[in-house]
Each structure stands twice: as structure tokens, then as C-alpha cells.
Design a protein around this ligand. Structure first.
Ligand SMILES: C[S@@+](CC[C@H](N)C(=O)[O-])C[C@H]1O[C@@H](n2cnc3c(N)ncnc32)[C@H](O)[C@@H]1O
Length: 170
């Protein structure tokens, strides 16, 4: 298992919108919550400013194209995955946007399958949503019809199309 990243950035990195909390003991136990009421459509962050290329993909990296992964180098790292997300990480505009109203204190979470083709570190999802997809291994392992209900980034759409043409999972 990957070693947990030690923050190298000044915290809080996005005080207007994000408060980082801890929800359990042990590794990977932090999560981003909303520091305020965030109306749907609000751009919460632009992740291009602090991002750096990731040497290797990791639990902490974000996939931004078919071949490229970045480190966010900010409290956006603590956005957990949810199968019923309230934000999207858009790898075309490099922005994080609320897709519904988010109450103060609510976890800020996105669908990792919208960016990650194959997770560096799979995990059993604890999002608690009735829509929960269970083990999160990457979009590669999910039928396209399941992902149709979600926002997914352009590179994932392309990779799904390629996979389905090759006849692997659909
Ligand atoms: C980018 S980090 C998110 C922040 C992480 N919770 C932390 O404390 O560093 C991704 C890791 O968080 C955990 N994680 C994220 N979403 C999760 C979820 N829905 N259920 C269980 N673990 C989750 C997993 O260990 C995953 O590898």
C-alpha cells in the first residue's frame, strides 16, 4: 500500500470552500468538507495552479489524459470518492465545480471513475450511497452503461470507447 502523502502546501489551501476533517483512525482518514454553503454551479477551485506532473500514478494523483497523471498539491487531495458525487473534477478546464447545492460541513466528493482508468490503489467504497458501486478499481472495470449516469471526463470516454470496440467489458 502507498505511503500517505505529507502535505507540502500551506494549509488550508482553499479556505473559502474547503475544510479538511478526519473521520477515522489510521491512513487515508481525512476528507474534504464544505466550509460554507456552496450553490450548484460554483467553481470551487482551479487545480492547474498548484498541480505538478506525477512521476508515477498513486493514490493521490489525478489522471488528466489517457497517459498523464498529476499531483494536486493542495487540500483538493482530500476530496474522497463518492458514487453519488457533489462535485466534478473537469480535466478539460482543470476546475472543480459543484454539481448540486452543498451544505456547510458536507463531504466534498467526486467520482474517481470520472478521471481514473485504473486505480493505483483500489479500495472498498464507504460512501454509503444506495447507488454505491462497491470496490473502486477504475473505469476500466466498470461497464459503460453503468457510467452513463455519471459525468466522466473526455479521456475516460475515449478509453471506454476503445475498450468496448475491443470487446472487453460493456
Ligand atoms: C486521494 S485520497 C483521498 C483522501 C484520503 N481519504 C486521505 O486521507 O488522504 C484517496 C484515498 O482515500 C480513500 N478513499 C477515498 N474515497 C473513499 C471512499 N469512498 N471509501 C473508502 N475510502 C476512500 C482511499 O484509501 C483512497 O485510496
Amino acid at each position: 500500500m502507498t505511503i500517505e502523502q505529507v502535505p507540502t502546501w500551506v494549509q488550508p489551501s482553499h479556505p473559502a470552500f474547503i475544510a479538511v476533517k478526519t473521520y477515522k483512525s489510521g491512513n487515508f482518514s481525512k476528507y474534504a468538507t464544505s466550509a460554507t454553503h456552496i450553490p450548484a454551479g460554483t467553481i470551487i477551485a482551479n487545480f492547474s495552479t498548484a498541480a505538478t506532473p506525477a512521476g508515477d500514478k498513486a493514490y493521490s494523483s489525478l489522471q488528466v489524459s489517457e497517459t498523464e497523471h498529476i499531483e494536486l498539491n493542495s487540500d483538493l487531495l482530500y476530496a474522497n470518492h463518492s458514487c453519488d458525487p457533489n462535485v466534478i473534477f473537469d480535466t478539460t478546464s482543470w476546475t472543480v465545480t459543484a454539481i448540486r447545492d452543498i451544505e456547510e460541513g458536507e463531504p466534498i466528493a467526486f467520482n474517481y471513475l470520472s478521471t481514473e482508468w485504473e486505480m493505483a490503489q483500489a479500495f472498498p467504497c464507504e460512501c454509503g450511497s444506495p447507488k454505491c458501486l462497491g470496490e473502486i478499481r477504475g473505469a476500466k472495470y466498470v461497464p459503460t452503461k453503468v457510467l452513463r449516469g455519471y459525468f466522466v471526463n473526455r479521456h475516460i470516454k475515449k478509453m471506454l470507447e476503445q475498450r468496448d470496440q475491443d470487446g472487453a467489458v460493456n
